[in-house]
Design a protein around this ligand. Structure first.
Ligand SMILES: Cc1cc2nc3c(=O)[nH]c(=O)nc-3n(C[C@H](O)[C@H](O)[C@H](O)COP(=O)(O)OP(=O)(O)OC[C@H]3O[C@@H](n4cnc5c(N)ncnc54)[C@H](O)[C@@H]3O)c2cc1C
Length: 301
């Protein structure tokens, strides 16, 4: 049994591992997909203190190697929940079970989908949630971006340097992205705006060939595109913990700045907990706070 079992190797989980190891506790970090979390594919980070312009990949690798060098252990697997037993917590995955005297949940958020028929099956075959990962696949072709926030606008700007035409589709009449980025849209001749319009269907045989649009007057039409980039927000990756600890109505783990959850010995860190600012720097801060609290909890057992 490890002293501290961390679920999620994003910025919050890896920082928690660093702090717990500095306190000489044994640490296991369980990760479902890739060490580093959601920042991995971001081309450049400009707001993390003392690292201006660092790529998301380099940031993630530096953090991972810092935790590893300090002696954190790692395992791959998707946690499907936890149960309290024998003075600790057991976390099951499909292949194994992991045990910790304390538990830090740092599972972050994942991309919200449109909920359209075929969306899941077409992901990777025309439907994408990451312009910087998949944009190059659509060089010289027509693509669409759906959404109205910072990610949608910056995805459209990024894709305009690769694709022939970028259709930016937003259900409202104005964008809620940074005004400076919205202003840049007007300078790109190959970005076309479709406001007051929703994507209501996907047309595909093997791969996506068009999207179905429903316009302001409820009229539907088909727009031929090779790629659809969905940027309509994030949802907490906390489904595995439903019913095990308190979640707010949106699914975020209820925990304050002290990262304590409704279950003693279980702490929540990073984007997956109730908080105002979801950024790397606040995820790192949560990792430090949650690990310090977990270490105190373990010392009190
Ligand atoms: C495109 C984009 C650009 C961004 N740019 C910036 C920026 O420039 N500056 C900034 O400060 N912030 C930026 N952010 C926000 C920043 O990435 C997040 O605030 C930060 O990554 C949150 O860290 P986290 O550790 O809480 O969660 P995450 O980074 O989401 O990590 C959670 C980890 O948990 C894993 N996981 C989830 N469920 C399970 C499970 N059941 N079992 C095991 N593992 C699981 C996931 O695979 C993931 O690796 C950006 C986000 C995006 C999407």
């Amino acid at each position: 049994m490890h002293d501290v079992l961390v679920i999620g190797a994003g910025t919050a989980g890896l920082t928690a591992a660093i702090y717990a190891r500095r306190a000489s506790k044994s640490v296991l970090v369980l990760e479902a997909r890739g060490f580093g979390g959601q920042i991995l594919n971001t081309p450049a980070i400009w707001n993390y203190p003392a690292e201006p312009g660092i790529s998301g990949f380099d940031f993630a690798m530096k953090l991972y190697s810092q935790a590893e060098t300090l002696g954190a252990e790692f395992a791959f697997g998707t946690a499907s929940g936890f149960r309290a037993e024998d003075g600790g917590f057991t976390v099951p995955t499909a292949d194994a079970e992991y045990r910790g005297r304390s538990l830090i949940i740092a599972t972050g958020t994942s991309h919200r989908g449109l909920g359209l028929p075929g969306e899941e099956a077409l992901t990777g075959r025309g439907v994408s949630f990451c312009a910087t990962c998949d944009g190059a696949l659509y060089k010289g072709r027509d693509v669409a971006v759906v959404g109205g926030g910072n990610t949608a606008v910056s995805d459209a700007l990024y894709l305009s340097d690769l694709a022939a035409t970028v259709w930016l589709i937003h259900r409202r009449d104005s964008f809620r992205a940074d005004p400076a980025d919205v202003a840049l849209l007007g300078r790109k001749e190959n970005i076309r705006l479709l406001l007051g319009t929703r994507v209501t269907g996907l047309v595909a045989e093997d791969k996506l060939s068009a999207v179905v649009l429903t316009g302001p007057e409820g009229r539907t039409s088909e727009l031929p595109v090779a790629g659809l980039f969905i940027a309509v927000g994030m949802v907490p990756a906390t489904g595995a913990f439903e019913g095990l600890l308190e979640l707010d109505p949106s699914g975020y783990i209820v925990a304050g700045e002290d990262c304590r959850t409704s279950v003693p010995g279980v702490f929540a860190a990073g984007d997956g907990r109730t908080k105002d600012v979801r950024q790397l720097v606040t995820a790192a801060a949560d990792g430090a706070v949650a690990a310090t609290a977990a270490v105190r909890y373990v010392n009190s057992l």
